[in-house]
Design a protein around this ligand. Structure first.
Ligand SMILES: *Cc1c(COP(=O)(O)O)cnc(C)c1O
Length: 241
């Protein structure tokens, strides 16, 4: 087995164990493999080991990798998620190449993504990014404004609003990780319970990374985003997260 295949098995084992501990079915937690900063060859290895959903932070890097994978493994049926900040001048690339975006935190960006989503592609699947910690400099919408943005995004014709995404600040221990993830889960449940029009597919809570996936699953995450645990340490720093 390659290192990546081996790591992937370990991460899937952690997900299964955390799901069992939480009384949840392991299949209720999707694994997004975060391949940012790693080359197409690493993604090919992960696909060979059975992984199909990948997350990218940097738009141009992601678009290049999507093209490389389409050439290397046509028909692999991969799903590409944009999990990095999206500026206005990058919305077209995202709308034309990705399947999902987790980082919508302004209506203007959502409107551009909807307008630019090509007619021949399925609807772009969107999560609204929420800033649960309240840090003023962080990406994400304040929890008080989430419902309004979710409902506004739900009205856009070429987007499908799927849920919430959260990137809490690093917390050192399980209990503090659990507390912040649980606050995101409560917000998610409140929005779902309202059953507003356009929220029929609001089923995704994207939270948990290599260091805190157990707490995220305990709190109810339906999609963990794991980079380091699968691909190893990254050699260049990140802009936002
Ligand atoms: C990099 C990144 C991840 C993966 O982080 P790891 O700690 O390497 O698992 C998950 N989500 C976002 C938004 C990221 O930027």
């Amino acid at each position: 087995m390659t290192t990546i295949a081996n790591n992937l098995q370990q991460v899937l084992g952690r997900i299964a164990q955390a799901s069992n501990a939480a009384g949840r079915a392991p299949a209720s937690v999707n694994l997004l493999a975060v391949s940012k900063t790693f080359g197409a060859d690493a993604v090919v290895e992960a696909v060979a080991a059975g992984q199909t959903a990948f997350g990218e932070n940097y738009i141009q890097e992601g678009v290049d990798k999507i093209a490389a994978l389409r050439a290397a493994m046509p028909g692999a049926g991969l799903q590409w998620h944009c999990i990095g900040p999206v500026q206005s001048n990058k919305t077209r690339l995202v709308a034309e190449h990705f399947d999902w975006v987790h980082t919508v935190d302004r209506l203007k960006i959502a409107e551009r993504l909807s307008a630019q989503r090509p007619a021949h592609l399925p609807l772009l699947q969107v999560c609204v990014q929420v800033n649960m910690d309240g840090g003023a400099t962080k990406s994400g919408v304040a929890s008080a404004d989430v419902l309004g943005l979710v409902c506004a995004v739900a009205k856009l014709p070429r987007l499908r609003v799927r849920g919430l995404m959260s990137i809490p600040d690093h917390a050192p221990d399980f209990e503090s990780q659990l507390a912040i993830h649980t606050s995101a889960r409560k917000l998610f449940d409140e929005i779902r319970a309202r059953a507003e029009p356009g929220l029929e597919d609001f089923d995704t809570l994207s939270m948990g990374m290599t260091a805190d996936l157990e707490a995220a699953i305990q709190a109810g995450s339906t999609m963990v985003r794991v980079g380091t645990g699968i691909f190893g340490g990254r050699t260049y720093p990140l802009v936002d997260g």
